[in-house]
Ligand binder design. Structure first.
Ligand code: SAH
Length: 241
């Protein structure tokens, strides 16, 4: 795949400009020169072929040579609500969530959670979303919402056609999870290292979340999140499968 760069401004005309981290990446990481061809995306779902016409220290100017809509999204919207782990594991989780096609990540505030991501953390994670989209070929950016209390999110998620909560020994083995394809989003929830509290599980039951047991071993938050995303992708399938 050609080197991909993200434009944080919508690409509308025949010229695009890249600044900041993207210009740095062009100049210092791939050592592009004028005349080099790259692929741009702006989060709209479209992909652009472009040729570098000017390359400065902090800005690159590119001529747009083509535009196509390339859909690499899942055939349904997948929401991941997760009590984020700490440090590097947080960034790792975001990277993998982008690769697996998650549409929106909702950081959860839970009774036993440790990391309560603030605005600066979320901004840093947005950068990880861009990096992972560049690498994985995704043309839409995964959204990261502001952190939400589990009780609030669990109730407000009634519009999702399928809601699954990962909870050890809490329900049928994951292999028996069946998902009816439908038009609505699918939501999956993963708790903190300390697990969801009894009260939080009661809220989930009350709001129609189905429990999913991922097996007899306790998984790290990020492992459970990826297992849930993969499980749903396979169980929901694609419309032409
Ligand atoms: N001691 C905690 C473990 C938490 S692991 C407990 O007993 O709940 C962190 C989160 O990952 C859990 O809240 C759950 O959402 C998910 N998880 C980890 N291992 C799991 C498993 N085997 N089955 C289902 N969910 C799991």
């Amino acid at each position: 795949m050609a080197h991909r760069f993200f434009s944080d401004r919508p690409i509308v005309g025949a010229v695009a400009r890249l600044g900041g981290a993207e210009a740095h990446h062009l100049l210092h990481v791939i050592r592009a020169t004028t005349g080099s061809r790259v692929v741009l995306f702006d989060g709209s779902g479209d992909e652009f072929t472009a040729e570098i016409t000017e390359l400065g220290r902090s800005e690159a100017v590119l001529a747009i040579t083509g535009r196509t809509t390339v859909d690499r999204e899942l055939p349904f919207q997948l929401l991941l609500a997760v009590a984020l782990p700490k440090g590097d594991r947080q960034r790792w989780l975001v990277e993998k969530a982008v690769e697996l096609g998650i549409r929106r990540l909702v950081p959860l505030v839970t009774a036993r959670g440790v990391a309560q991501p603030g605005d600066s953390t979320i901004q840093r994670l947005q950068r990880a979303v861009i990096e992972a989209s560049k690498q994985s070929g995704r043309n839409r950016l995964m959204e990261i919402s502001a952190a939400q209390e589990w009780a609030h999110f669990a109730k407000s998620c009634q519009h999702a056609q399928t809601r699954l909560i990962a909870h050890p020994s809490g329900g049928p083995p994951a292999s028996r999870v069946r998902i009816q394809p439908g038009p609505g989003p699918i939501a999956v929830a993963v708790g903190p290292e300390g697990g969801f509290s009894d009260e939080e599980i009661e809220i989930a039951d009350h709001c129609g979340w189905r429990r999913v047991d991922l097996g007899p071993r306790i998984l790290r938050v990020e492992t459970a999140a990826l297992a849930m995303a993969t499980l749903v992708s396979l169980a929901a399938g694609s419309p032409d499968a």
